[in-house]
Design a protein around this ligand. Structure first.
Ligand SMILES: O=Nc1c(NC[C@H](O)[C@H](O)[C@H](O)CO)[nH]c(=O)[nH]c1=O
Length: 191
């Protein structure tokens, strides 16, 4: 049976002020797209504003720690610089032109969800990437005091990955849990 956390103890009045980053890998994109959507839907449902959700992608799960660390640093520089033009008017949205109507807000991020899907192959590649990725993400969260939510599926089969991405019968999208965890942890840190 799918395990998932019990509901959070309280609601989060700060949700509308929270700025949340999502860094996702580009391997196994059917699952990635579902997990990112599940996370975003969960953030919006919790009261986070769309313009306060910043999404970037990296090649694969191995790059998630670097991409996560970079997003945190960039958001903190943005917050400290007098005007965003010092950073260039680019939004953190992945590859999108930063048109005013689509530009996301600037300022330090209150939490990050790092999303990747690793599926075991016939070599040890899976084990090494998984180990390095999860340890790297834990370290960034502790070093920066910006909560980093672990959104990395380490699946032995494609079916397992789909089941946890909400794809197929009786599947549960773990992105929904990650969105809720990001709001809870960001609220604890900001509150
Ligand atoms: O190999 N399988 C996978 C993978 N490999 C690429 C790796 O993360 C990295 O991008 C390259 O090694 C380049 O540094 N990345 C994933 O997210 N999932 C996988 O299942």
């Amino acid at each position: 049976l799918e395990k998932r956390p019990a509901a959070a103890p309280t609601s989060f009045p700060l949700a509308s002020t929270l700025r949340i980053g999502i860094v996702h890998a580009r391997w196994n994109t059917e699952c990635i797209d579902a997990l990112v959507k599940g996370s975003v839907d969960s953030l919006l449902k919790s009261g986070v504003k769309k313009e306060n959700i910043h999404i970037e992608s990296v090649p694969g799960s191995w790059e998630l720690p670097h991409g996560t660390s970079r997003m945190i640093a960039a958001s903190q520089i943005q917050a400290s610089s007098a005007a965003t033009d010092l950073m260039g008017a680019t939004s953190l949205l992945d590859g999108e032109d930063s048109k005013p109507e689509s530009q996301t807000s600037s300022g330090p991020l209150d939490a990050i969800i790092s999303i990747g899907v690793l599926i075991k192959g016939s070599t040890m590649h899976f084990e090494y990437i998984s180990e390095a990725c999860v340890h790297g993400l834990m370290r960034i969260g502790l070093d920066t005091n910006v909560p980093v939510i672990l959104g990395v599926l380490t699946a032995l089969t494609e079916e397992q990955a789909k089941q946890r991405s909400g794809i197929g019968a009786n599947a549960h999208n773990h992105g929904e849990d990650w969105g809720a965890a990001a709001v809870e942890m960001a609220s604890k840190t900001k509150g």
